[in-house]
Design a protein around this ligand. Structure first.
Ligand code: PMP
Length: 431
């Protein structure tokens, strides 16, 4: 156990998760898609700090933009003054959002972005009723925890909202797994109608949904599901909030935003993580009617500060100039195809889109979750020089979300480590 881990445990609250237990990793430097840890080893990074290092480490264009801002001597004063970088970034995001007459409000995190979206939606609708999806994750504040449908993260049973839950589209087990895409959409819409007609009387502020559930283990409904929901919501004036904190900026390959797979345009989109490539930046983009609906002044000291906004502009330009969405699609396909070709009894499902890929582990011959095998593969990957993530309701999904700059060679290198790790864990499986 490292000296730093000892100190971490002595000073941090005991509920803070750290990967790799007694072998916790301290990353001390990075370059491209690789990080070097205090143990002297270099790792290929297939998780990017939970889909946050979206461009990669030590990227000149981004570091230079941030250095230029620091070079002015002003890290930040206040958003009460005009910030050129912030306005420029807002213009770009508004244009890319797909929302007509869009407005942007910057925050420092995804949690805050969702909290702000909820504030706007509940105000414009004069209702505190929210529809959320089971197995979702939206943040760590009182409000966002209340709409997080994932037992590991729902540590408060108190709620400022009245929340009604819609099913998550699990295609491996349960009712949803047995349905075709079209039948699933029909069943989901029937459920929504029933919830609206019975418990809510239609007086609902918004439905919030991740186009692909992130922390929940990269679970996605069929294309068009959110659009089908939207038709029903529209009958009642209920807003749709797309939480694009993990799915935005081209990560899913086929689309720039996750919602675009659903034949719908949301009223509000929340974003964070990748847009800062490590700098704290999040926000909400939405239609002017909803965004302007907060009755009192709302404000963030640091939201869209010059350094984060400089990073955000450089990141967004990089994504567009280098067609990282196209790269996510191409390289993601190599990874997906490679993983799907593996034939192991402990692999229950390989799913995903672009560079957002989940591998769900099960007890052989069943759909019963196997978190033990998952942990084993996770540890073996690290031993083989590859960092991946874990997640899912049952802790049995490996999450792959590398920087969008991942090369084909790196994809194949990671695939080899993953294939070896899965083969070893499969061989050890006692079932
Ligand atoms: N929404 C989603 C979909 C997320 O994955 C996360 C973070 N895991 C959040 C919101 C919260 O973002 P943050 O950690 O920046 O507050």
């Amino acid at each position: 156990m490292s000296e730093l881990l000892d100190r971490h445990r002595a000073v941090m609250p005991n509920w803070m998760p750290v990967y790799y237990g007694d072998d916790a990793l301290e990353i001390v430097s990075g370059s491209g898609r690789r990080v070097t840890a205090a143990d002297g080893r270099t790792y290929l990074d297939f998780f990017g700090g939970v889909l946050t290092t979206m461009i990669g480490y030590d990227v000149a264009e981004i570091s230079d933009a941030v250095r230029r801002q620091i070079g002015t001597g002003v890290a930040h004063t206040s958003t009460l003054y005009l910030i050129r970088q912030q306005v420029e970034l807002a213009e770009k995001i508004a244009r890319l959002s797909g929302i007509p007459d869009a407005r942007v409000f910057f925050t420092n995190s995804g949690t805050e972005a969702n909290e702000s979206a909820l504030l706007m939606a509940t105000n414009v609708r004069r209702s505190n009723q929210i529809l959320a999806i089971k197995n979702s994750y939206h943040g760590r504040t009182f409000g966002t925890m209340a709409i997080t449908g994932h037992r590991t993260w729902s540590s408060s049973s108190l709620s400022p909202f009245t929340v009604n839950w819609l099913a998550s589209a699990d295609r491996l087990r349960g009712r949803m797994a047995r349905l075709s895409d079209a039948d699933l959409i029909e069943a989901a819409v029937d459920d929504l109608r029933e919830v609206l007609a019975t418990v809510t009387a239609g007086d609902v502020a918004a439905l919030i949904a991740e186009p692909i559930q992130g922390v929940g283990g990269f679970v996605a409904g069929p294309d068009g599901l959110l659009g089908a929901y939207r038709k029903v919501l529209g009958e009642h004036g209920i807003l749709l909030i797309a939480d694009e904190v993990q799915t935005g900026w081209g990560r899913t390959g086929d689309h720039f935003w996750g919602y675009q797979a659903h034949d719908v345009v949301p009223d509000l989109i929340t974003f964070a993580k990748g847009i800062g490539n490590g700098f704290a930046l999040g926000g909400v983009v939405g239609s002017a009617t909803v965004m302007n609906a907060v009755p009192a002044i709302s404000f963030s000291t640091f939201g869209g500060n010059p350094i984060s906004a400089a990073a955000g502009n450089a990141v967004l330009d990089y994504v567009l100039d280098h067609d990282l969405q196209g790269n996510a699609r191409r390289v993601g396909t190599i990874l997906l195809d490679g993983l799907r070709a593996l034939d192991h009894a402990i692999v229950g499902q390989v799913r995903g889109r672009g560079l957002m890929i989940g591998i769900e582990f099960v007890r052989p011959g069943t759909t019963e979750p196997d978190p033990g095998a998952t942990l084993r593969v996770f540890d073996l990957c690290r031993a083989g020089g590859l960092l991946v993530g874990k997640g899912g309701l049952h802790g049995n999904v490996l999450r792959i979300g590398p920087p969008l700059t991942l090369t084909e060679e790196e994809a194949r290198e990671g695939l080899t480590v993953l294939a070896d790790a899965i083969a070893v864990a499969d061989g050890e499986s006692v079932f």
